[in-house]
Structure formats: structure tokens, C-alpha cells
Design a binder for this molecule. Structure first.
Ligand code: AMP
Length: 604
């Protein structure tokens, strides 16, 4: 679906001039030499003036130039390549002629929808080729020789290999979110696809971010490209988003999110989680707190992903917890808030995630949770992005109660105005008054019942203090900071208590970690979980454990039975395990599940 900006929102009040136009807001689409049928579609969609990226990119694309275009996310990139692409196809010739590559299924579908809307008066036909969806409609469209092919690299290659997609007639290739497309992992697929297109095809790269190494890669495939930038300048591409950070210890992130969501005045909220399991866990936490939430991640079937996105667009999803499948290109106007549950891995991912809010010229808010350990990375991110970040304080119980009550009052007004069944209630109130109740008593009883149903506390005495974990680090009580320090001390003590046993047999004798566990456990009362990392080399093995476990095993003995032989067993030299991190040994066999403390990490 296409949304409409006002020209003020699109250009901003301090819009910079560009070479294509003297007066941004006076430029018309018709000045760009577009077909009358496209102009009429733009009119229907309510697009009054070209956006800066459209004003700059459309002319060179119409003239057949390759371009590398960088523009703020949500600034009208799709129409910037969509209009010249449709202009090229207006002669109505059939067969795959333009190819748009997108990194995610969602973005591919969104781009096709936008192209269909812009081309509504040309009856051209398009197909979206993406994984997880049935082949049949895709094959049908390709057989009908639709000229517009939009897709993700994986499924496109599938079709090429099956012989159902012929790229020899491609005239224009667009790489949407090009930085992602040209990154390692995708680059091989993109090359494979480009290799099957004619060498004289036109190429356009569109992206919100274009780091230098990626631009070098891009330059390899483009001939004499024009570099276009609009609305980026020295400013961040997401300057219209209010960016905040809050320090939250890992184990309190769920509680912090609940606090934040309840305290904010917001519409739809997109929460990014690093992992798929993380998404489901957070949904659970929010549901328990009475906040409607749904998950969106790559483990879900395509149909379920589409359903969730449709519900989000229709305003039926309040909070969406997603992995990065949702970071790119998702264009939903009423997402007012984005939350990063972890500091994203790099500035580009950060930019794309928070660009999901502040769409269509609106303001947006982004909050990033930073654990004490992640503070360094966040600092680096701030420097690279050059953006203004505010330190945010989570709301207190009193602030949350006030926000709940304000929302409650709003629903109360709307519901009562809209309710036709109110006549019956009036009649019933009359009966209650006859029973001797006063109007105030009836009203108070009704409000209390409604508040209970809505889970809202009407009390005016809520704490104005934050719990210790939620306070800014400097404001946390001294005893907590002391206990953090003593936690670190405990870790050091634990490390000092770790030792290794040397065993005089290894792979040459066919020794496996399981044999070692069996041998050490035999008659010593030791169980598997007491044993840490096991390394099996050619002629010896080393087993990590606590000093107490080691003395329990050794208990005066210097040999043990292993694979029918007596082999030496002794405490390894301390230098071996103390310097362990730095030394790499050949032929080592790791048994991670036995490693102490590995349980927590497996769950992530
Ligand atoms: P995009 O960057 O292509 O995802 O576009 C962001 C939003 O801007 C979409 O909702 C478009 O429908 C809208 N849009 C694009 N171009 C214009 C325009 N010239 N006038 C008004 N709205 C536009």
C-alpha cells in the first residue's frame, strides 16, 4: 500500500536544493517527462510533488544511466526507480524485462505492490518470486511473460536453474537495499543472477546506507555510475527519529520492556530481538503483562508472516516482536516506536531497524537497551553514526499508573459515545437509584468494575522510585555496585579453582570423551556434570574440573583403567590451564555440553 506525504513533510522546511530543481516544492512530476498515464496514477495516489530522491534519480534513470542512489529510509525510493522502470515498459512488450532484487520476502512483496499501484493505468503484469511461497502462481505468471520480476535471490536462482526464468531479455536491474544485497552471503547469488543478464543492461543501486567497502564492490558491476544522494548530507539518515538508550541488565530486559510499553504514549511498536527464540519468549512476557504482542521471524511459515504483517498494517497488532526479517523496507505508517532489545551488530542494521518508525514524514522514537557490558559498543555506534542520543530513564510505577489511567479515560469516552445499548444501562441505573444508591455510588462502582476488567489501578499512591535495576548505573545503590564487583571477584575465584587432569592416553588408543567420563566416574562418586571440557590429543587427554573433584578422583591413585589398559592419571601442570585461552592445541575434541555453565548459553 502506498501512503501519501505532504510536500512539507517530504522536503522538510530546510530542504536543500539540488541540481535537478531550483525550487523543490514547485517541481512537478510532469516536469520530469513522465507518461500521462503515470502522472494520472500519481494523482490518484495523491503524490503531489517528487521527493528529493525522485527528483534526482528519475532523470538519469530515464536517460539510461547506471546509478548508485543513497537516500533516507522512507523517502520515496521505490517510486524513484519504479517510475522510470514503468516508463521503459510502457510499449507493452512481453517477457522478463526489468528485475528488482530485494533482500527479504516482505520487501519484495511491498515493492511489487508499490509498482502495481504506480503502474495501475498501464496493465503490465508483475510477479514476485520469493521462497516459502507456492511455485504455481509464480510459474503461471512467468509463463504469461510478465515484464516486471521482483524477487529474493534464493528463489530467483531456483527459477533460473529450473529453466522457468529467462533473464536474457532484462533491460534494467534494480538492487533495492543494495548494501545488504552486496554483503557477503548474498554477493555470490547476486553475481550469479547478474551474470545471466545482458552485459548492456542498466543497473540501479538503492540504499539508505552505503559503506565504502560495499561501494567498491558495487562499482565493479556498474558502468560509469552516477552517484546520487538526497536528504542525507552530513546528517544521519534517521535524524527525524528521536534516539534514546537505556542501560538494562540482561535479566531485567523483559520487565524493562513492559515498563516502557506501559509508560509510553504510542501506536504500533516494533521490538527487535536478536534471536527467534528471543521473540517468542518476549511475546510470552508481554502477554502475561496484559500487552497484546505477536512474533515475526524466519522460522514462521510464509503465510503466517504475511498474516502478521497484514494485521500490523490494519492496526490489529499492538506490539510486534521481530528479528531482522522486519528491519528492511517495512513501510507501516503508524509504527511510532522501535525498541532494540540488544545493541545491533553494526550501524547499518541499527539505521535500518530504527528507520521503520518515522515513516511518511512523521516523527518516531527509538529506544535501545544496552547491557552494562554493551556500553562500549554503543559508544562506538554513537560515534560512527554521529547521531544525537538521549539517555532515557524508564518510567516509575506512578508514571505507568498515570499513563494507564489516561488510556483508560480515553477508552471510556469513546466506548460510551459509541454505545447504543446505553439506554438499557440508563434504565438499570434508575432501578439502582430506586434501591437507595446515590449517583456517585453507582458511578464509582461502574468505574471500579471497568478498571478491574481493563487491568488498570485507580490508586493515586504508586511508587515514584524505580527499582534498583532500573535506575541509571550511577544512581544504583552502592551495595549493588559492590555486589557487581564481588560477582567479578567470585568469577576470578572460580577460575582459580579450575584445574585439569592429565590422562596418559588419547586418540591413538581410540579413546573417546565418553570413555574418559566412564573411567573417571567409576567408583569415585563423580557424575558427568562435575566434569568440564575434555580435550583428546594423539597420546594424551586433558579434562577440566574443580580442584575438589580432581582430588576426589585422584584420591591417592596415579593410574586408571581406559579401554582395557592402565593409563597414567595426574594433575596437569598449572601452566597448561592457566594459559589455556592463549594456547591452541592440535586435535582437540570439545564436548561443549559438558562444559560448566554452558546450559545458559544453549538457550539463546
Ligand atoms: P519508500 O521510501 O519507497 O518506502 O516510500 C515511503 C513512503 O512514501 C511510501 O508510503 C510512499 O507511498 C510514500 N511516497 C513516495 N513518494 C511520494 C511522493 N512523491 N509524494 C507523497 N508520498 C510519497
Amino acid at each position: 500500500m502506498l501512503y501519501r506525504f505532504t510536500s512539507e513533510q517530504l522536503w522538510g522546511s530546510d530542504a536543500r536544493m539540488n541540481e535537478t530543481t531550483d525550487e523543490p516544492s514547485s517541481l512537478q512530476f510532469s516536469d520530469l517527462g513522465l507518461d500521462a498515464r503515470l502522472i494520472s496514477a500519481l494523482d490518484t495516489l495523491g503524490f503531489e510533488h517528487p521527493t528529493p530522491i525522485q527528483a534526482k534519480a528519475i532523470p538519469p534513470l530515464l536517460n539510461g544511466h547506471d546509478i548508485i542512489a543513497r537516500a533516507r529510509t522512507g523517502s520515496g525510493k521505490t517510486a524513484a526507480f519504479g517510475l522510470p522502470l514503468l516508463e521503459r515498459l510502457k510499449d507493452g512488450k512481453k517477457g522478463a524485462r526489468v528485475l528488482v532484487l530485494a533482500p527479504t520476502r516482505e520487501l519484495a512483496v511491498q515493492v511489487t505492490d508499490a509498482l502495481d499501484s504506480l503502474g495501475q493505468n498501464l496493465s503490465l503484469g508483475s510477479v514476485t518470486l520469493y521462497g516459502g511461497a507456492s511455485y504455481r502462481p509464480q510459474l503461471d505468471a512467468l509463463r504469461r511473460k510478465v515484464p516486471i520480476v521482483v524477487g529474493t535471490p534464493g528463489r530467483l536462482i531456483d527459477h533460473m536453474e529450473r529453466g522457468s526464468l529467462d533473464l536474457s531479455g532484462i533491460e534494467l536491474v534494480v538492487l533495492d537495499e543494495a548494501d545488504e544485497m552486496l554483503r557477503m552471503g548474498f554477493i555470490d547469488d547476486v553475481e550469479k543472477i547478474l551474470a545471466k543478464t545482458p552485459s548492456d543492461r542498466q543497473i540501479a543501486l538503492f540504499s539508505a546506507t552505503m559503506p565504502k567497502p560495499i561501494r567498491r564492490v558495487a562499482d565493479r558491476y556498474l558502468s560509469d555510475p552516477q552517484l546520487i544522494e538526497a536528504d542525507v548530507g552530513a546528517k544521519s539518515t534517521v535524524d527525524h527519529v528521536r534516539q534514546r538508550t537505556v542501560v538494562v541488565p540482561q535479566k531485567f530486559k523483559g520487565q524493562a520492556l513492559v515498563r516502557y510499553l506501559r509508560g509510553e504514549e504510542r501506536e504500533a511498536t516494533l521490538v527487535f530481538s536478536r534471536t527467534r527464540t528471543g521473540c517468542s519468549e518476549v511475546v510470552e512476557i508481554l502477554m502475561q503483562a496484559g500487552i497484546d504482542a505477536e512474533a515475526l521471524h524466519g522460522d514462521m511459515a510464509q503465510a503466517a508472516r504475511t498474516r502478521v504483517l497484514d494485521r500490523l498494517r490494519l492496526g490489529r497488532v499492538d506490539v510486534l516482536i521481530a528479528t531482522d526479517v522486519a528491519a528492511r523496507g517495512l513501510d507501516v505508517e503508524h509504527i511510532t516506536h522501535v525498541v532494540n532489545l540488544d545493541v545491533p551488530d553494526n550501524p547499518e542494521t541499527y539505521t535500518h531497524r530504527i528507520g521503520r518508525t518515522g515513516r511518511a514524514g512523521r516523527e518516531g522514537v527509538a529506544l535501545t537497551f544496552v547491557t552494562p557490558r554493551e556500553r562500549g559498543r554503543m559508544q562506538w555506534m554513537r560515534k560512527v553514526l554521529g547521531a544525537k542520543f538521549e539517555d532515557y530513564a524508564l518510567p516509575t510505577d506512578a508514571q505507568i499508573a498515570l499513563a494507564d489511567q489516561t488510556r483508560f479515560i480515553a477508552t471510556f469516552k469513546v466506548e460510551n459515545d459509541a454505545d447504543d445499548a446505553l439506554d438499557d444501562a440508563h434504565g438499570f441505573v434508575a432501578r439502582l437509584l430506586e434501591e437507595g444508591l446515590t449517583v456517585e455510588q453507582v458511578a464509582a462502582l461502574a468505574v471500579q468494575a471497568a478498571a478491574q476488567t481493563a487491568g488498570v489501578s485507580l490508586s493515586r499512591s504508586h511508587s515514584t522510585e524505580l527499582p534498583d535495576w532500573a535506575r541509571p548505573p550511577k544512581a544504583r545503590p552502592e551495595r549493588n555496585r559492590r555486589s557487581e564487583k564481588s560477582g567479578r571477584k567470585n568469577q576470578t575465584e572460580r577460575a582459580a579453582n579450575e584445574v585439569e587432569l592429565f590422562i596418559g592416553a588419547g586418540q591413538k588408543l581410540g579413546v573417546r570423551p565418553a570413555d574418559i567420563v566412564a573411567a573417571l566416574a567409576d567408583g569415585t562418586g563423580i557424575v558427568g556434570k562435575d566434569i568440564g571440557r575434555i580435550q583428546v590429543s594423539d597420546r594424551s587427554s586433558f579434562v577440566g574440573m574443580s580442584r575438589e573433584t580432581a582430588s576426589q578422583i585422584l584420591d591417592g591413585r596415579s593410574v586408571t583403567q581406559l579401554r582395557g589398559r592402565e593409563v597414567k592419571v595426574a594433575l596437569a601442570r598449572p601452566s597448561r590451564y592457566k594459559g589455556e585461552k592463549r594456547t591452541r592445541r592440535p586435535n582437540k575434541t570439545r564436548v561443549p555440553s559438558r562444559k560448566r555453565g554452558s546450559k545458559g548459553r544453549q538457550g539463546r
